[in-house]
Write a protein that binds this ligand. Structure first.
Ligand code: FE2
Length: 356
C-alpha cells in the first residue's frame, strides 16, 4: 500500500521536473553579433562618458524561438507579488527570475551569454544584480484596438501623402511609451519577446550629445539591442498594430571594480521589492569596494617592496575616490519609509519632434 501511495504522489512531480526545459547555449543561444554598432564618439560624447566606446548596437538574434517560448511560459506563470505598476509603466514584472523562472535565470547568467554581451559591449560585463535579471515590460490590447490604431495611422499617412507639397512638414510628435530617460545601470539588453511582425513604430529613439535625434530599428522576436542606457538619453517609441508587446530587459555593469559604477536606483526604487533590491545593491557595491581596496593595498605593498617613496598624493586621491563611492552607495539607499511605491521621478526632457 505504502509503495502505491509514494508512486502516485512522486511520479507526477518527477514527470514535471523532466518536462522542465533547461537552458543549453548550444541549443538556445544564437550568438549572432550585431551587423552594426554606434559608438559614443559617433554620438558626439566625450571619451570619458560611459564605460565603453560602444553606445548602442543594431538588433541581433540572441536566443532561439524555442528559448523565447520557454521564457514566455515562465513570464505567464509569475505570481502576483512580482507584479509592479507605476506612473510611467502600467505593467512590469520584477525580481521573479531567481525565485520562479529557472530557464530565464540560467539563460542570462550563463557564461556564454555573458561572454557574448561583453564581446558586443567591448568591456567585460556581468549582470548588474540578480534582481535585475529579465525585468519585463508588458502591454496588451484587444485585437480590435490594435487594428483600429493601425487603421488610424494608415489614414493619417494617406492624408499626408495626398497633402504632400501643400501641408508641408511631415514631422509628427509621437507619444512614447516611456518618455526621454536614462536607465539606472551602465548597459541594458532589451530582448523582444513578442511577434511584432505587423507592428508600425516601436523603434528606439536616442539623443546625440548635441540634442539631435536618431531613430534605431526596434528588435523583432528573439532579437535584442544592447545599449549604454545609463549614459544615453533614449525613449521607446509607440508601437501601433501589435496586440501584445513584451520586452525583457536585463541590465549589466562592468565586472572590474576599476571601472566607475554610476548606477543609480532612481528609476527602479518605486517599482521594486526594496528589501531584495537593497540587499543586491549593498552586496555588489561592497564587493566592488573590497576589490578597490585590495587593489590599492597591493599597489602600496609593491611600491614599498621596490623601494619607491610613498606616493602621498596618489594614495590620498584613492581615499577620496573610496569616500565618494561610499557616499554614492549611501545616497542611493533612500530610507524605505521615504520611497513612494508606484512612483518614478521623471527627469524633464522637453519632447522633441521625431520624423517618422
Ligand atoms: Fe531605457
Amino acid at each position: 500500500m505504502a509503495t502505491v501511495a509514494v508512486q502516485t504522489t512522486v511520479a507526477p512531480a518527477i514527470a514535471r521536473l523532466r518536462a522542465m526545459p533547461k537552458f543549453n547555449p548550444d541549443q538556445h543561444l544564437v550568438g549572432a553579433l550585431p551587423a552594426k554598432k554606434m559608438t559614443m564618439q559617433e554620438l558626439g560624447f566625450e571619451e570619458d562618458v560611459g564605460v565603453s566606446p560602444v553606445a548602442v548596437s543594431d538588433p541581433f538574434q540572441l536566443f532561439t524561438a524555442e528559448a523565447v517560448k520557454f521564457m514566455r511560459g515562465e513570464v505567464f506563470r509569475v505570481p502576483e507579488k512580482y507584479k509592479f505598476s507605476s506612473n510611467i509603466a502600467k505593467s512590469q514584472l520584477r525580481g521573479y527570475a531567481k525565485d520562479c523562472a529557472p530557464f530565464t535565470w540560467d539563460a542570462w547568467n550563463h557564461p556564454a551569454t555573458i561572454a557574448l554581451m561583453s564581446k558586443i559591449a567591448e568591456v567585460e560585463l556581468v549582470p548588474a544584480m540578480p534582481y535585475e535579471i529579465a525585468h519585463i515590460n508588458l502591454s496588451a490590447k484587444s485585437k480590435e484596438d490594435a487594428q483600429q490604431e493601425l487603421a488610424q495611422y494608415q489614414e493619417q499617412n494617406r492624408r499626408y501623402q495626398e497633402d504632400e507639397g501643400i501641408g508641408g512638414c511631415r514631422e509628427v510628435v509621437e507619444t512614447p511609451i516611456v518618455g526621454w530617460h536614462t536607465d539606472s545601470y551602465p548597459f541594458v539588453c532589451v530582448l523582444m519577446m513578442s511577434d511584432v511582425g505587423d507592428m508600425v513604430g516601436g523603434e528606439t529613439a536616442i539623443r546625440t550629445a548635441d540634442g539631435k535625434i536618431l531613430k534605431m530599428r526596434g528588435p523583432s522576436q528573439g532579437c535584442a539591442v544592447l545599449m549604454q542606457g545609463r549614459y544615453i538619453t533614449h525613449q521607446a517609441m509607440r508601437a501601433l498594430g501589435a496586440q501584445e508587446r513584451i520586452t525583457s530587459v536585463t541590465s549589466f555593469r562592468p565586472k572590474s571594480a576599476l571601472f566607475k559604477d554610476d548606477t543609480e536606483l532612481r528609476t527602479v526604487r518605486g517599482v521594486s521589492d526594496l528589501n531584495e533590491l537593497y540587499y543586491d545593491f549593498a552586496e555588489y557595491r561592497l564587493k566592488l569596494l573590497q576589490e578597490q581596496i585590495q587593489h590599492e593595498r597591493e599597489r602600496v605593498a609593491a611600491a614599498r617592496r621596490t623601494g619607491e617613496g610613498f606616493a602621498t598624493t596618489a594614495h590620498k586621491q584613492f581615499l577620496k575616490r573610496v569616500i565618494a563611492f561610499s557616499n554614492q552607495s549611501s545616497h542611493e539607499l533612500v530610507e524605505q519609509s521615504e520611497v513612494q511605491q508606484g512612483y518614478i521621478e521623471r527627469v524633464d526632457w522637453p519632447d522633441a519632434a521625431i520624423d517618422l
